[in-house]
Design a binder for this molecule. Structure first.
Ligand code: C5P
Length: 227
């Protein structure tokens, strides 16, 4: 079977990464979570006082971009690659509600996107990759052989995210998570550079209507057709 590029885009908490990881494992492909890269830049901005609830120094972030080095290193125990910022594993730190509430503002900046997109294109140059995000089928890999666009209602997604955060011990309310999901949806679909959209050739999957097994076998049949 020839190796292909699989682009999975969609709103936050639609189960993109679960599906992408499952697919990569089944096919022996590399999996890249591009949301983790935007989250890492947001984490850097928070750590360095570049963004806060009262200010956002975009020029400073752009000046500091060359200092940001991101790497994925495979963790065999977890069976996926974790993200490192300048040599430090920040996989846990980037999943907080705090990072979630700033990340879409960071992702609006064209210079941030250009840096991350370039790195993503290098990671996928040999194909055999499943990448999930918001602009993978539209910008990063417009020639991907298979493009999937995942949706689910904001309430279903917020509930899923809320359960995950509570399981990790974060003190959040469902309303707070729902508000964050809706705000990110709005910013992600309305930004000028690379807004989240479904390209015409992408196959839409409504994740609230299918079980994980149904979804996986549907996507595997799409992979077979594309290879
Ligand atoms: O996928 P995840 O929810 O972790 O992504 C976090 C945020 O990063 C998104 O809400 C979006 O603002 C940004 N993002 C993006 N482009 C991507 C992946 C993520 O703008 N390819």
């Amino acid at each position: 079977m020839k190796k292909i590029t699989i682009a999975i885009d969609g709103f936050s908490s639609t189960g993109k990464s679960t599906l992408a990881k499952q697919l990569a494992k089944e096919l022996g492909y590399i999996y890249v979570d591009t949301g983790a890269m935007y989250r890492a830049v947001a984490y850097f901005a928070l750590q360095n006082g570049i963004i806060s609830s009262t200010s956002f120094d975009k020029a400073k972030l752009i000046d500091h971009l060359p200092e940001i080095s991101l790497k994925f290193i495979y963790n065999p125990a977890l069976e996926f690659a974790e993200i490192y910022l300048n040599g430090n594993n920040i996989e846990k730190e980037i999943r907080t509600i705090e990072v979630s509430s700033y990340v879409s503002k960071i992702a609006e900046i064209s210079q941030v996107r250009a840096k991350l997109v370039q790195q993503q294109q290098v990671m996928g140059k040999d194909k055999g990759i499943v990448m999930d995000g918001r602009d993978i089928g539209s910008v990063v890999f417009p020639n991907a052989e298979l493009k999937i666009f995942m949706t689910a209602s904001a309430e279903v997604r917020a509930k899923r995210r809320f359960d995950e955060l509570i399981a990790k011990g974060e003190l959040v309310t469902y309303e707070e998570v729902l508000k964050n999901v809706q705000e990110r949806d709005y910013i992600d679909t309305h930004r000028a550079d690379s807004p989240l959209l479904k390209v015409p050739e992408a196959i839409e999957i409504d994740n609230s209507k299918l079980s994980k097994e149904e979804q996986f076998s549907l996507v595997l049949s799409l992979v077979e057709k594309a290879t």
